[in-house]
Design a protein around this ligand. Structure first.
Ligand code: TYD
Ligand code: MG
Length: 468
């Protein structure tokens, strides 16, 4: 066995430290450092090559000719950057039960129509995997199943079969007998992934790894692997809801911003190529507190419904709950509103906001919509039908411009919305059928959204009445 030395790796951020500490020096998480055996490669004895390494002119290299296997589902191809690249190692992370095995079985079936797929399951028995595949309509003859945990055996099988795609479900169950530590420890997970990476590159077989994200630090999470693999995809979504987002967070073969959208149903997953339509279908019409915003996920705009509930309370501490968005953003918006709207105070009110469909909003272009949604609920005044609100909110109440406005407006027009509040001064193609209202401040936006004055204009701070 090769010699090894010890370091410590954080299960949250993957950062390394030479000494154990209660807190990770990189990401400051507590109790996340785990022992990690660094294998001293036997390579050290490797003879020096006789010829010196030779660099080549960049322009002389052949253009990107990475052969890709395209899947039936455009949503999967999109997040993968156009299909599965031969020899790539792709990590699919997500909470237990979100649908990783289901998604990969669908992918396996699609690839297996053109070649063999090796599905290695360390978590479920062959019987269980078969039952799932049958339910999904994925019982393709060219899917081979290997119920195995041992890394050596798995690598041998991949080498022997040379499949078009190998799937290891999950990396946390794989163990290398030559290493200390139980399955799922940082050492095992990292070294197994590194070994699979080398194998994938050597023989040009793409390998998909499933990695469970766990909140507790005892099992090595996918973060530890992010540095090693080529592509990291996270499957997100509320288990009680249908929608699942597959989000690329790292991709050596494509954009790391893309998302793929799927829906979980009776017969497994289905791709959702028009997520806005799916999201709007469930929108609560004309309820106070409901607003449609347009957020950009990768290159695609999504029309998403946000909802707010403002409720008077005697209880302390006050509750500020944000589902699907950053609670600090909510605090900021509440502060801006308190300063900009006369007689408005959230000092004795709980505020809940949530994003429909289990979507997580990460960009500030939804700020203005969120602000109006809170006001709408607070004043018990529904927003007009067919309105989409787009804009970032600055600390002084100004509405800031956002990127890719054209796309957002087109998406709104395409889905039959009739009116858009947008930041003033934005240059964008204005689709026909969409009445566009430019606003410079939150006060202007309020005036435009609730066009009949609320309590004869009291809504707006005196200092700003002139802008309405
Ligand atoms: P699974 O793919 O096993 O999750 P993971 O591998 O991420 O742990 O999916 C499990 C969940 O998906 C389970 O709660 C049931 C649900 N599900 C369906 O709703 N429909 C289906 O057809 C399948 C196969 C699963
Ligand atoms: Mg699973």
């Amino acid at each position: 066995m090769p010699k090894s030395t010890l370091t410590f790796v954080c299960t949250e951020c993957g950062g390394e430290s030479l000494r154990w500490a209660g807190q990770c020096p990189h990401c400051h998480a507590w109790n996340t450092l785990q022992e990690f055996q660094v294998r001293k490669a036997a390579k050290e004895a490797k003879p020096r090559p006789l010829q010196p390494a030779k660099a080549v002119a960049l322009a002389d290299l052949a253009p990107d000719d990475a052969p890709r296997t395209r899947l039936e589902w455009g949503e999967l191809n999109r997040v993968l950057g156009g299909g599965i690249v031969a020899g790539s190692l792709v990590l699919i992370g997500g909470e237990p039960g979100v649908g990783k095995s289901t998604l990969l079985m669908h992918a396996a079936a699609q690839v297996a129509r053109g070649g063999t797929v090796l599905y290695v399951s360390g978590e479920e028995s062959g019987h269980q995997v078969r039952m799932r595949a049958q339910r999904l309509g994925a019982l393709e003859p060219k899917i081979l199943l290997l119920a195995e945990n041992d890394l050596e055996t798995i690598c041998e099988a991949i080498e022997h079969e040379r499949p078009r795609l190998a799937i290891v479900d999950s990396i946390q169950t794989v163990t290398d007998a030559g290493l200390e530590g139980s399955a799922g420890s940082v050492t095992q997970v990292r070294e197994s992934a590194a070994r699979l990476m080398r194998l994938a590159k050597e023989i040009g077989v793409p390998v998909f790894l499933v990695g469970h994200v766990t909140k507790e630090g005892s099992i090595a999470g996918p973060r530890v692997l992010e540095h090693i693999v080529d592509t990291v995809l996270y499957l997100e979504g509320d288990r009680r809801q249908e929608l699942r987002l597959l989000r690329a967070t790292k991709n050596r073969f494509g954009s790391a911003e893309e998302i793929g959208v799927f829906a979980m149903g009776e017969n497994g997953l289905e791709e959702v190529s028009d997520p806005s339509a799916a999201l709007l279908a469930s929108a609560a019409q004309a309820a106070p507190g409901t607003v449609i915003v347009s957020v950009l996920e990768g290159t695609r705009p999504l029309l998403v419904e946000v909802q707010s509930l403002v409720n008077s309370t005697q209880n302390h501490p006050l509750r500020r709950v944000a589902n699907g968005l950053d609670v600090n953003r909510l605090h900021m918006i509440l502060a801006v509103l308190e300063r900009r709207v006369r007689d408005l105070s959230f000092g004795n009110k709980d505020v809940f906001v949530s994003v429909a469909g289990g979507i997580r909003i990460t960009e500030p272009a939804a700020d203005l919509g969120l602000a109006l949604s809170i006001l709408s609920n607070e004043n018990n005044r529904p927003m007009p039908d067919g309105l989409v609100v787009i804009g970032e909110l600055g600390l002084s109440g100004e509405v800031r411009r956002v990127g890719h406005l054209d796309r957002r407006l087109q998406e709104a027009a395409r889905h039959g919305l009739t009116r858009a509040l947008i930041p003033a001064g934005s240059r964008a193609v204005r689709p026909s059928g969409l009445d566009i209202v430019e606003v410079r401040t939150v006060a202007e936006a309020i005036a435009a959204a609730f066009s009949s004055p609320i309590r004869s204009g009291e809504f707006i701070r005196e200092a700003e009445v002139s802008v309405s």
